[in-house]
Design a protein around this ligand. Sequence first.
Ligand SMILES: [Zn+2]
Length: 749
Amino acid sequence: MKILTIHADFIEFAAKKKAFKAAEEGVTEEKHRVEECLVVFSAVEKRDESDTAAVLDLYLKNIEDIAGQVKATKIVLYPYAHLSSQLSAPAIAEGFLKEAEKKLAERKLGNGGNYTVVRAPFGWYKSFNISCKGHPLSELSREFSSEVSSGVQMAVAAVSTPSLKREYKDEPFEFVDKKLTIEEKTNLSGAFVLAVALKQLYPQAEIGSFGLHLDSAYCDVLNVKLHLDNFGKIEEQMRKIIAKKSVFIVSDEKPTAKLQQEIGRDVAGSVGDAAVYELEGVGLFSLYKEPFVKSVKEIEAFKLLNLSSAYWKNNSNNQQLTRLTLVAFPTAHELDSYLKKQQDAENRSHLKIGKEMGLFVVSELVGQGLPLLAPKGTIIKNEIVKFLWELHKDKGYQQVWTPHIAKDLLYKTSGHWDKFGDELFKVKGKSDDFIMKPMNCPHHMQIFDAFAFSYRDMPVRYFEPATIYRDEKSGQLIGLSRVRAITQDDGHLFCRLSQVTQEVETIVSIVHEFYRVLQMDTDYWVSFSVRGDDKSKYLGTDEMWKTAEAALEKAAVKMKLPYKRREGEAAFYGPKLDFMFKDALGREWQLATIQCDFNLPARFNLSFMNERSEKERPVVIHRAISGSLERFMSILIEQYAGKFPLWLSPVQVKLVTVTDRNVEFASEVMKKLRDADVRVELNDNAETIGKKVRDAQQDKVNYIVTIGDKECEKRTLAVRSRVGDVEFDVPVENFVAAVVEEMRLRKVK
Ligand SMILES: [Zn+2]
């Protein structure tokens, strides 16, 4: 935005002719004259479009600032295209100036009066005559944008998100300057042996990079087509190499192959001369310090795990390489236990269990990454949401609902348009362009903005488990864990800076209770992300950051969170707490999150009235307890291996009859359980009791209740728990009461 202000004795202007077709309507050619005024020649620019709310705020503040200095109370807003060669779309500029006219007229002067605001028509050729006062402040020009902090109160102006554009750039190879564990060294040594085996079997093959990923290692290769069928042969060759008991040596020779030379250049740039290691005549640049065990004989066991593809320098515009992943161990026993753990993970896989238990469906017609919850999966999701709401309802939260699409302008204003780029799903309407919402936050901001809240209303807390849509790459979509329709257990709080600690404590108590009930609270830690040294990368004033970081830390200390302070890990818009939980397989997941945000309230120009009847900007806290419900369900399925605690179980009780004579009593029992909201099924098929029990066990139901002649006669039940204990002669009422109580307490057995 560019402005030129003239403190004038008077200005006279008159509209003459439309400059273009879409010029402002309803304009007459009559002459206007304003005396003793500040004329603000204004040009709204292209770069302002993404953030008109913040720029408008700056525009008004600059005008007030100058008007205050020259003591002008009459303001003429004068559209003036010649100030810029990068003008915004006319409709946006016109709307901007009209809004400015309205807002400025509402502002209060020191004496309690108002500005007199006159706006010259937009998009017209105009004649004008101006008399400038000629004192030092009578002509000023200013340029500002949402990207330049203006130093105004709250310093909320810097709302650009420069680093968030989605681009595919080469990721340079970087040297890993840390001491490796013996496990890591063994894995890397295995990867080197693999590289040598590939060179020996396929001399035309070119080795790209090799490295560590999670608990395995990989080797990327070019110029060779490989299949899983080749694994036997490659492993055989690796065994031959290991049998030679060669040692890894530091080489004087630099590799000649192109890919390896490029790695060498990158690494040399960061650490000076990177070491080249040699094994069996093959030399490779290492990205790690002291990367290998002494001799290949220390690799007693290894296994090639899989074959995938990887892009050179992680950039999808680059060449695609074949990636082989492997694990290597000093003993065969360690490989065995690793493979056993993998098998356990596979058995617990939510894809496998989801299918066996009929929890969700993936339909080719609906599309990848858009799983459909079947009745049993829906029960689990609804139970989680119900529990979450129970934890919030007495803590001042209110439920809201927001539509799945919104005009693109909402997300241009919020900045998500730029942030999500080609991940946005676009929807063409008859007259407007919409997008499927990639975030719920902007919608909640609009609800807050529609009410004139006072400080007495703060904090305002909204709760909404709502689905957002992101066009993730199809290769990355898996079952429920990576999807395109993501239901967040979302919530936003609008509060004062001084209320952050209290609110965070409440959210932490909810997180604790939620994970305690699920028995996932025994092994977790919290990442406390704060600003780094380069303060220019972050929005908001020093004071806001210091206060918010202190508030989060205070809550973390008070709630005895096992937290680690991580400098420079904060989002550009505010500090945050991320909760990292471990599942039954020891995998770590970032689930709950609590994030302060100084950005969105500024972008949407949110405010409430404080004690001094001034507008005060709220801080927003984004919070999620389970994160994405789909991903959380996948974690729960694997955590419990499908054996859900009673309250989450799709089928809690299965009644099985011995003969047809027992069906009547069984139906009676079923009704009693249903009346108590127990999820019960009856199997009265003409099958043996043994088969019926086995089927029910496979369905992982919590209680299998057998009803034979003896039970009918005594009007009692034989109850089998999931671990196989059987209790006979249980009165029906006792069983119903026990099940209801176990559900109510959300016990995990
Ligand atoms: Zn949010």
